[in-house]
Design a protein around this ligand. Structure first.
Ligand SMILES: NC(=O)c1ccc[n+]([C@@H]2O[C@H](COP(=O)([O-])OP(=O)(O)OC[C@H]3O[C@@H](n4cnc5c(N)ncnc54)[C@H](O)[C@@H]3O)[C@@H](O)[C@H]2O)c1
Length: 339
C-alpha cells in the first residue's frame, strides 16, 4: 500500500463496475476524478461528495489535458467502453472508435504528462472460445467478435507503450460482473440490460415478460450454459490492489478476475427463486450464435500477482444485492423474502 493517497482519473466511473470501484478507492483515501460521458452511466451512481464528475469523452484531448493539468494524476483506471457484443458485430466501427481509438488519445495525454500507471477493464471475451477449462492466461487470445477485438487491441497497445515510454499497466480480464453494493445505494443499471442475473430479476418485477433460456442441449450437466459470476465488489477490490501494485513500482500484469466457480443458467434461476421466493417466468429458446457452453476462469494468477481472491463464491451472494437493488427501484414492493 503506497503511503500517500493517489490522484486517480477514473473513466467510465459513473457506470456499473466503475461506480463501485470509485466508492472503494475513496474509502481508502484516494482522490478520484470521474470522466464519463453519461451515454450509459448515471450521475447518481457517484455517491461520494468528494468525487468530481466531469461529463465528457475519453477521446476529448483538450478536456483530458486540462484535467491532467489541474489534478496531476498518478494513475488512470479505464472502465469507459461500449460492451454490447451483438451491437459490436453489426456496428464494429463504433466499437473500434470508442473502445480502441479513444483510449489511444487518452494514452497520448498520459505520455505527455508522464503518467505511467494504467488499469484497464479487459474481458474474458478476448479469449474467444477457450481451448481448455478453466481458462488460464495462457489460453490463446482469439476473440470471436469486434467487442473482444477492440479490447485485445488495447492490451497490445499497452504492451507497446510499456516498451516505448515505460507505461505500466494492469489488464484485468473480468468474467461476468454481478451483484451490487451491500448498502443498496448502487447496483447494475444498464439500458438495455443484457446480463443474465438482472434479466432474471426483471422477469420477476414484470419489466420483461420472461427470461429467455438460450439452449438447453449444451454438453453441460443440466444442458444450459455455464459462466463465472464475479461480485462487483470483488472486482473493485482487485482494481485497488492493481493500482497499489503499479503505484509502488510493480511491473505490468494481465490476469483473469473470476471466482473459478462455474454456474449454469438454470442454477442462476434456481438461486433467484430461492432468494426472492418468487417463480421466474422462463421461455425456452434456441442456442445463440457464438455462445460457448462454458466459460470459467482460473483465477490463480491474480492471487499470485495481487494477493487477490474473490470473497463471494456463492452466486446467491450476488443475486441477493442485485435483487435488493432492482427491488428498491420499484419501491421494494416485490420483496417476498426478507433481504
Ligand atoms: N459488466 C461486465 O460483466 C463486464 C465484463 C467484462 C468486461 N467489462 C468491461 O468493464 C467496463 C465497465 O463495464 P460496465 O458493465 O460497468 O459498463 P457500463 O456501461 O455500466 O459503464 C461504462 C461507462 O463508460 C461510459 N463511457 C463509455 N464510453 C465513454 C467514452 N468514450 N467517454 C466517457 N465515458 C464513456 C458510459 O457512460 C458508462 O458510464 C467496460 O469496459 C466493459 O467492457 C464488463
Amino acid at each position: 500500500m503506497p503511503n500517500s493517497p493517489l490522484s486517480i482519473l477514473v473513466t467510465g466511473g459513473a457506470g456499473y463496475i466503475g461506480s463501485h470501484t470509485v466508492r472503494l478507492l475513496v474509502s481508502q483515501g484516494h482522490r478520484v476524478v470521474v470522466l464519463d460521458n453519461l451515454v450509459y452511466g448515471h450521475r447518481q451512481a457517484i455517491v461520494d461528495e468528494s468525487v468530481r464528475l466531469v461529463v465528457g469523452d475519453v477521446g476529448d484531448q483538450a478536456l483530458v489535458r486540462s484535467l491532467f493539468k489541474e489534478h496531476s494524476f498518478d494513475a488512470v483506471v479505464h472502465f469507459a467502453a461500449f460492451a454490447y457484443v451483438g451491437e459490436s458485430v453489426t456496428n464494429p466501427l463504433k466499437y473500434y472508435e470508442n473502445n480502441t481509438s479513444e483510449p489511444i488519445r487518452l494514452l497520448a495525454i498520459m505520455q505527455e504528462f508522464g503518467c505511467r500507471c494504467f488499469v484497464f477493464s479487459s474481458t474474458c471475451a478476448t479469449y474467444g472460445v477457450p481451448v481448455a477449462l478453466p481458462i488460464t492466461e495462457a489460453n490463446p487470445q482469439q476473440p470471436i467478435n469486434p467487442y473482444g477485438q477492440s479490447k485485445l487491441m488495447v492490451e497490445k497497445i499497452l504492451a507497446d507503450c510499456a516498451v516505448a515510454w515505460g507505461l505500466r499497466s494492469a489488464c484485468l480480464r473480468y468474467f461476468n460482473a454481478s451483484g451490487g453494493s451491500e448498502d443498496g445505494l448502487i447496483g447494475e443499471d444498464h439500458d438495455p440490460e443484457t446480463h443474465l442475473i438482472p434479466r432474471v430479476l426483471m422477469a420477476l418485477t414484470g419489466e420483461i415478460e420472461h427470461v429467455d433460456l438460450f439452449g438447453t442441449d449444451y454438453e453441460t450437466p443440466d444442458g444450459t450454459c455455464i459462466r463465472d459470476y464475479i461480485h462487483v465488489d470483488d472486482l473493485a477490490e482487485a482494481h485497488l490492489r492493481a493500482l497499489e501494485h503499479l503505484a509502488s513500482g510493480g511491473e505490468s500484469i494481465s490476469c483473469n478476475l473470476g471466482t473459478g466457480v462455474g454456474v449454469s443458467v438454470k442454477e442462476i434461476i434456481a438461486a433467484a427463486e430461492e432468494v426472492t421466493g418468487l417463480k421466474v417466468p422462463v421461455r425456452i429458446a434456441s442456442r445463440r450464435e457464438g455462445d460457448p457452453p462454458s466459460l470459467v476462469a482460473d483465477p490463480s494468477l491474480a492471487a499470485t500477482l495481487l494477493g487477490w481472491r474473490a470473497r463471494h463464491l456463492d452466486v446467491r451472494e450476488m443475486v441477493r444485492p442485485a435483487w435488493r437493488w432492482i427491488s428498491s427501484q420499484h419501491g421494494g414492493r416485490y420483496s417476498k423474502n426478507d433481504l
